[in-house]
Design a binder for this molecule. Structure first.
Ligand code: SAH
Ligand code: SF4
Ligand code: F3S
Length: 477
């Protein structure tokens, strides 16, 4: 007889990049679970280490190589004890630079892209049978969809879960690698999405964030096979799922914000009043060079329509500074649009030339010094807006979904409807519940408050979220 521990293998997954990678990491754990792989909190002594990587900016890609250096040591330790550690590089660096990964890091056994991880069991078996050092590369875009080959059983993601509904991108912004790493746009059928949402709720999810590189370009085939649903209609359908209390979606493109989706913000209560809607730049000249195919005023009008539907909508955005050809005047336009619109939070980046993208070889590359200066200025403004938004929450009572334990004893952390992190003292049995919290302090990056009531009335035994630092659910972008 073989004892349980001999069958159990340790799996460590580290996730970089966007929420889609976080979702993919969870699904890789699902695919490997039937083989006996269980999530481990450390790469040390793991049987299989997966780095789920991001290629969006140079820094993100370089992090992978430094992590591979650290893993080489662990692999050596395990081998000198007679064991075997497989190292796999998955995700967008794997897709874009698979050959280079194998060349620069011979300790890597497997390289696979974001569309091939449903084949992991077979790939892992092949790697275990192969001579160490003969790396396997699986980055061709397969004919079959990975979604048709994933197990129905899902490792619980906790109260706030991700669900990929759309993948890939056909927009080809001139700075971006995503169309190359994730392939062409694809929407999952409505029936499949609803079934997965129901499974996530059964496994403890209270909130679901619908994911896609261009999630509002969603056009999944209707349950009866006739026609397709846009994202607004999908959201209405998902709002009917019992036990699902909150819906969000990310990331959207301003061009795909259709009337049905805008209307959903006004009349679907479960759709939370927070939207991440990247603009990148406030200058029409730069927007054109980026191939965003909309002007700054188009963005302003989309925001007006959204705010007319949902006046308390909090907005977040992405910005790139120092795009080739960006002048002080262009940058001033970005500051102007930020001042006019007002964001509750935002992400801003220095333009990073990516191999193979048109902007990387464009004239007028901006120096790093100028990029730093502009980034600092933009961030001062964005930080002020975020701090003001958080301060304005003081004294209000908000519905907070409690997602995980905090750093301090007796503390739980949750999210407000507007995506703010909220810290409060509360018993662990309330994890996974939506509670009423009076906000006492609005700090620059989070809120602090106290419990005034539990309004979910749901079951008391929700599965707790994974702990921070377990390497799986937290992405490091
Ligand atoms: N699909 C989304 C963005 C996905 S990438 C959209 O269209 O808005 C996430 C963010 O990374 C982008 O919004 C952009 O701000 C940033 N980004 C992408 N490529 C970049 C690059 N080459 N340099 C700097 N930032 C970049
Ligand atoms: Fe990249 Fe543009 Fe596609 Fe967004 S829309 S993923 S920025 S190419
Ligand atoms: Fe996401 Fe990074 Fe790939 S942002 S799609 S993991 S390049």
């Amino acid at each position: 007889m073989v004892c349980e521990s001999a069958l159990t293998k340790k799996l460590f997954i580290k996730t970089y990049g966007c929420q889609m990678n976080v979702y993919d990491s969870a699904r890789m754990a699902d695919v490997l679970a039937p083989l006996g792989y269980k999530i481990s909190a450390t790469p040390r002594d793991a049987d299989l280490v997966i780095l789920n990587t991001c290629h969006i900016r140079e820094k993100a890609a370089e992090k992978v190589f430094s992590e591979l250096g650290r893993l080489k040591g662990f692999k050596g330790e395990k081998e000198s004890g007679g064991g075997r550690m497989l190292i796999a590089v998955a995700g967008c660096v794997g897709q874009a630079e698979g050959d280079e990964v194998l060349r620069r890091a011979p300790q890597v056994d497997i390289v696979l892209g974001p569309q091939t991880y449903h084949r992991l069991p077979e790939i892992v078996a092949r790697a275990l049978g192969a001579v160490p050092g003969s790396g396997i590369l699986e980055t061709d875009f397969p004919i079959e969809s990975k979604f048709d080959h994933l197990p129905e059983e899902a490792v619980s993601q906790g109260p706030a879960a991700f669900l990929s509904v759309q993948e890939g991108c056909d927009k080809f912004c001139t700075f971006c690698v995503v169309p190359y790493t994730r392939g062409t746009e694809f929407s999952r059928p409505v029936g499949e999405v609803v079934a997965e949402a129901e499974r996530l709720v059964a496994a403890g999810a209270v909130e679901i964030t619908l994911l896609g590189q261009n999630v509002n370009a969603y056009h999944g085939s209707a349950p009866d096979g006739r026609g397709s649903y846009g994202l607004g209609r999908l959201i209405r359908r998902l709002a009917e799922v019992d036990g699902l209390e909150r819906l969000r979606y990310t990331t959207s493109h301003p061009r795909d914000m259709d009337d049905e989706l805008v209307a959903a913000h006004g009349d679907v209560d479960k759709l939370m009043p927070y939207l991440h809607l990247p603009i990148q730049s406030g200058s029409d000249r730069i927007l054109e060079a980026m191939n965003r195919r909309h002007a700054a005023d188009d963005y302003r009008r989309v925001v007006e329509r959204l705010r007319a539907a949902r006046p308390d909508l909090a907005l977040s955005s992405d910005f790139i500074v120092g795009f080739p050809g960006e002048t002080d005047r262009d940058f001033a336009e970005t500051l102007r649009v930020v001042t006019e619109i007002g964001f509750s939070q935002a992400y801003s980046f220095k333009y990073s030339p990516r191999p193979g993208t048109p902007a990387a070889s464009a004239e007028g590359q901006v120096t790093d010094a100028v990029k730093n200066e502009r980034l600092a200025m933009l961030q001062i403004l964005l930080n002020e807006q975020q701090a003001a938004f958080n301060r304005a929450s003081e004294g209000h009572t908000m519905a907070v979904l409690l997602e995980r334990s905090g750093r301090r004893a007796g503390q739980l952390v949750g999210r407000s409807p507007y995506m703010q992190a909220v810290h409060l003292a509360a018993p662990p049995r309330l994890l996974g519940r939506i509670v009423e919290v009076r906000i006492d302090a609005g700090h620059p990056n989070s809120l602090a408050g106290c419990l005034v009531g539990d309004r979910s009335g749901g079951p008391t035994t929700r599965r707790p979220a994974a702990e921070p630092g377990d390497g799986l659910w937290e992405a490091t972008i």
